[in-house]
Write a protein that binds this ligand. Structure first.
Ligand code: GDP
Ligand code: MG
Length: 440
């Protein structure tokens, strides 16, 4: 994945203050490859990398994450910025019937998606929906929609042979108005390739139907080609959004970025299969994650940024550099661990920590963190600074003061001992800064 790659690139750079232009360019080469592997169109990938490079150069690296992780986060944020941060709603707040027109190449999934959306609007918003097929090119295209109407309990406009798409649109509009439908869905014809006759037809229909939404339906598997299709359509028809179909067969999601870049319009839905309930609002964050294949690095960096107080980290680093690690240090580490979502959350994000997670859960999970904190609170400042002062008598006092047992106090001391040793070892290995935040 991209995070592994960047991890390698940045191994040497660990612990530097700010991201230099050379560092960022090195990383961006990997980002560019990851984008292309995710099927993002070449010019789109190029522009994106250029933009992000400008943003990233000179940014400070958070003490608790590696430069590679920081770059992944910057790239991820830029992706979301581009894809849109939230799911985009349909704009149906017009005088009914609100017309939704679907356009796109033949086989992209227009007819299926028309029925899926009709079903969704009826089910989730209680809308009264009518569908009409304007596809007079493909034999039995109108019948196909009628069948889907039966399957989804959606009214379809009765078929009249020999009408043009514009005539059908006009009839559909007046029929939907007369019968009080909230939404009229227009399924249109497609071609194998974009041509002017198709575009003229779309424009003529859009002129008389004045749709609230004109949605471009694109097969996410067509990758690089999809860009040409999208730019032709968006130049000639006033699109309001995009629907990506066959996202069930595309684990990479690069078409989403391309579509957004080329049309400038939000991606509103994702088709997730052939069944008529297989449609979902488009989630930019999920897709951004998929494009980079970076798992949970982003949330790790986010939490680190939120929770680590810079001063804390500075103080900690300088103490550790001197080989000092007392109960106060342990306490601030425990608090940080809690802020970052507890042992489990942390372990889940860091590869190879599954064992530690199991051990922590055996010991009582996150409750242990709170109990440890209570015990440290019950110590005197001297005891905190010099834990070896804790003899049997003092242990009993701490246990009583914190509502725990002497055994618990011993566990805490043991943990402190182990962490102090681990910190010393780390210092010798010189990998302290990178690992500090992860250990919490
Ligand atoms: P149109 O020519 O644009 O109207 O495309 P259709 O709606 O007739 O769809 C063409 C084929 O794609 C059909 O077999 C659909 O079942 C299939 N299809 C449409 N959307 C999806 C999707 O999201 N996932 C999958 N796997 N198949 C889809
Ligand atoms: Mg069709």
């Amino acid at each position: 994945s991209l995070s592994d790659r960047l991890g390698g690139v940045f191994e040497r750079l660990r612990g530097r203050g700010a991201l230099s232009e050379a560092d960022v360019r090195t990383a961006m080469r990997e980002v560019r490859i990851a984008l292309l592997e995710a099927d993002v169109a070449l010019p789109v990938a190029r522009d994106f990398v250029e933009k992000v490079t400008e943003q990233a150069v000179g940014q400070n690296v958070l003490r608790s994450v590696t430069p590679g992780q920081q770059v992944v986060k910057i790239v991820h944020d830029a992706l979301i910025d581009m894809l849109g941060s939230d799911t985009a709603e349909l704009e149906l707040g017009v005088t009914p019937p609100a017309v939704i027109m679907l356009v796109g190449l033949q086989g992209s999934g227009k007819t299926t998606t028309t029925a899926k959306l009709a079903r969704l609007l009826a089910k989730s918003q209680g809308k009264k929906v009518m569908m009409a097929s304007l596809d007079v090119n493909r034999p039995a295209a109108q019948e196909q929609l009628a069948v889907l109407g039966t399957q989804t309990d959606t009214v379809t406009l009765p078929i009249v042979a020999g009408q043009t798409p514009v005539e059908i649109a006009r009839r559909a509009l007046s029929s939907a108005k007369l019968q009080g439908f909230d939404v009229l869905m227009l399924d249109t014809a497609g071609r194998l390739h974009v041509d002017q006759a198709l575009m003229d037809e779309m424009k003529a229909v859009a002129d008389i139907a004045t749709p609230a939404e004109i949605l471009l339906v694109v097969d996410s598997l067509t990758g690089q080609d999809a860009v040409n299709v999208a730019s032709s359509f968006s130049e000639q028809v006033p699109l309001t959004g995009v629907i990506l179909t066959r996202m069930d067969g595309d684990a990479r999601g690069g078409a989403a970025l391309s579509m957004r870049a080329v049309t400038g319009k939000p991606i509103k839905f994702a088709g997730m299969g052939e069944k008529l309930d297989a449609i979902e609002p488009f989630h930019p964050k999920r897709v951004a994650g998929r494009i980079l294949g970076m798992g949970d690095v982003v949330s790790l960096v986010e939490r680190a940024a939120e929770s680590i107080q810079e001063e804390d980290a500075e103080r900690m680093a300088s103490r550790l550099a001197k080989g000092q690690f007392d109960m106060n240090d342990l306490r601030s580490q425990l608090a940080q661990m809690r802020r970052m979502g507890g042992i489990g959350a942390l372990a889940g994000m860091i590869p190879g920590m599954k064992k530690a997670q199991a051990a922590a859960e055996n010991a009582g999970g996150d409750k242990v963190l709170l109990r440890f904190d209570a015990m440290i609170t019950s110590m005197t400042p001297k005891e905190r600074a010099k834990p070896e002062l804790l003899n049997a008598k003092r242990k009993i006092r701490v246990a009583k003061g914190s509502g725990t047992t002497v055994q618990d106090v011993n566990k805490l001391l043991k943990m402190h001992q182990e962490m102090a040793t681990a910190m010393k070892r780390l210092r010798k290995m010189g990998g302290l800064k990178g690992v500090l935040g992860m250990l919490g």
